[in-house]
Design a protein around this ligand. Structure first.
Ligand SMILES: [Zn+2]
Length: 448
């Protein structure tokens, strides 16, 4: 399986820009395809999927071919600014909010409450547990469970790395401000991060309340500094990165300097003052606890090193200005070892190469100034070989079925490798470099 990439790539020797753009455009207004089984089955990661597609188009210089205004309006319909608000009335038919569902159970219980015994209560608890865990299609909790093991990357990490719901982290109260992955999904940090990235891509951040989103992100931090993805308690270093990046885009990661005089109604805080709702030093300490003997990172302390997790931890520490917590040479060596004889990169030792690791590994190496530690020409040839030369799109390995996820990460990897004609893409912010520069200009200071 580690066969070298052939010297003659034929039509695939060049990046098939027009074909990839046409492939991504075929997913335009994906949220309108609700009668398609394929689209319904992927609804729980539409927000991320749309981010991948739009970012691929941005790198190709073809973003203006997408229906940006419709995308922005859809994203706003996925926003949950109010605690316990239902998902969009149009999109939420037949689906109750978690509280509503549990309240309904409580109402049923109330009718027999006077006679309730301990056994009854235990039965009720069991019924609620059954509702949560065994009815994934008609209960938001089920949707969220499905949500947290959706993409290939997520499945991979759940299967191999021991991430999951912690017994010591109890479900918490809803706080408004997050985004759902679709109009029918409850808020999640992954979807919130993707939504904010897309709004930044279109320069539409002013349409949402940044302070409210920042508070939502802060509500998901645990006492040990880690972050949950949503109210149900799954902990993973992915969520730390999503929290840091969301807050960075909104200029809420690093609190701005306090004003020289106390705020008052006559002298309100200047609008450029932003509060931080997380404990940043504690969050960085948690990342440091996830570092392994090989210099890499897992999703929780003690979990095996994995390139995806390495990216989230390196990028998060970069956003926090704490790259000093890395052993850069050791980690860069581990990442460089991920290149197989095919030219492609894998995610862990003894695994197959896969186009998406072109992003996870390269972005980390780039953030640490070690991009030259892999054979860039061989990697580029591997990515190009994974193109579908007839219908566009990029797959994980040559001649597999293409998808938007690998199409984006392949194109983003090529951008990091300096492929001619592609827009520069920031390895930490996962946004076009010119968008990051615009965000920095907007806040009037560099370095965040
Ligand atoms: Zn992959």
């Amino acid at each position: 399986m580690d066969a070298r990439t052939p010297k003659d790539l034929g039509l695939r020797s060049k990046l098939l820009v027009d074909k990839h753009a046409a492939y991504v455009k075929s997913f335009n207004r994906i949220w309108e395809g609700t009668d398609s089984l394929e689209f319904v089955a992927t609804e729980h990661f539409w927000m991320s999927g749309i981010y991948w597609g739009l970012s691929a188009m941005a790198i190709l210089g073809r973003l203006d071919e997408m229906d940006g205004e419709a995308v922005v309006q859809w994203i706003l319909r996925c926003w949950r600014p109010d605690p316990m608000a239902k998902a969009s009335p149009e999109g939420n038919k037949g689906i109750m909010s978690i509280k509503e569902t549990l309240n309904e159970n409580s109402a049923l219980t109330a009718t027999t409450k006077a006679a309730a015994t301990a056994a009854d209560n235990a039965e009720m608890a069991a019924a609620e547990a059954d509702l949560r865990f065994n009815h994934p299609l008609d209960h938001p909790y089920g949707a969220l469970s499905f949500n947290s093991s959706s993409s290939e990357y997520e499945k991979e990490h759940c299967r191999c790395l021991g991430g999951g719901v912690r017994s010591d982290v109890r479900p918490r109260q809803y706080i408004g401000g997050g985004f759902g992955a679709s109009e029918r999904n409850d808020p999640h940090l992954l979807a919130t991060c993707s939504a904010v990235q897309i709004l930044a891509l279109y320069d539409r951040l002013h349409l949402v309340d940044a302070d409210k989103i920042a508070k939502y992100v802060g509500s998901l931090q645990n006492d040990d500094g880690s972050f949950c993805g949503d109210i149900w308690g799954e902990v993973d270093t992915r969520f730390t990165y999503c929290a840091f990046l969301t807050l960075s885009i909104l200029n809420h990661l690093h609190p701005s300097s306090p004003p020289s005089s106390p705020s008052s109604p006559l002298h309100p805080l200047p609008s450029s003052t932003h509060a931080s709702y997380i404990n940043l030093p504690l969050a960085c300490q948690f990342i440091a606890r996830c570092r392994n003997f090989d210099g890499g990172f897992g999703c929780t302390p003690g979990a095996e090193s994995h390139s995806g997790q390495v990216f989230t931890c390196v990028a998060a520490l970069s956003l926090a200005h704490r790259l000093d917590l890395l052993d850069i040479d050791l980690l860069s060596w581990w990442l460089a070892e991920r290149q197989t004889p095919s030219g492609g990169l894998n995610g862990r030792p003894e695994k197959l190469q896969d186009v998406c690791y072109s992003w996870w590994c390269l972005s980390s190496l780039s953030a640490m100034g070690r991009l030259h530690w892999v054979d860039r020409e061989e990697l580029k040839r591997f990515i190009l070989f994974c193109q579908d030369e007839e219908d566009g799109g990029i797959s994980d390995r040559p001649d597999d079925m293409v998808d938007v996820y690998h199409t984006f990460f392949g194109i983003a990897g090529l951008s990091l490798l300096g492929e001619e004609g592609l827009e520069a893409f920031d390895p930490v912010w996962a946004l076009p470099t010119k968008v990051v520069e615009r965000l920095r200009r907007g806040r009037g200071r560099e370095g965040e």
